[in-house]
Ligand binder design. Structure first.
Ligand code: SF4
Length: 114
């Protein structure tokens, strides 16, 4: 359990996460043990893994699940322009985007905001 906390602490210490092939070295454990701990933490929903490749080697970037969730919420705000939500979100109208007034207005607001 102590080593699991150490691994989790290492993951928490990096805002952008840590590569699994770096994590086991930093945690001073072997690769397999690290993999088992990471699997367990992922199943518990504490971390997320994203495939990444470094120097031609495939590995995983491991991040705290709560940080990933916060980022998703931030991305969601990208759909807002001057308190106007992207009109296509949830829109069920059959359309021709080139002729859509709500979309055109939203794009104009987007351009004005930049
Ligand atoms: S372009 Fe206009 S009509 Fe089409 S999905 Fe977007 S908001 Fe709806």
């Amino acid at each position: 359990m102590e080593i699991e906390e150490k691994v989790l602490k290492l993951i928490k210490s990096r805002k952008k996460g840590i590569l699994q092939n770096e994590l086991w070295k930093k945690a001073e454990i072997d690769r397999r043990k690290c993999s088992r701990i990471v699997d367990k933490l992922e199943k518990e929903g504490k971390i997320v893994r994203e495939q990444e490749s470094t120097k031609g080697t495939r590995t995983y970037r491991i991040r705290l699940a709560e940080i990933k969730e916060k980022e998703k919420a931030r991305d969601f705000r990208l759909l807002l322009v001057k308190d106007m939500f992207a009109p296509c979100t949830g829109c069920a109208i059959e359309c021709t985007p080139e002729q859509c007034i709500p979309l055109s207005e939203w794009v104009v607001h987007l351009i004005e905001e930049q």
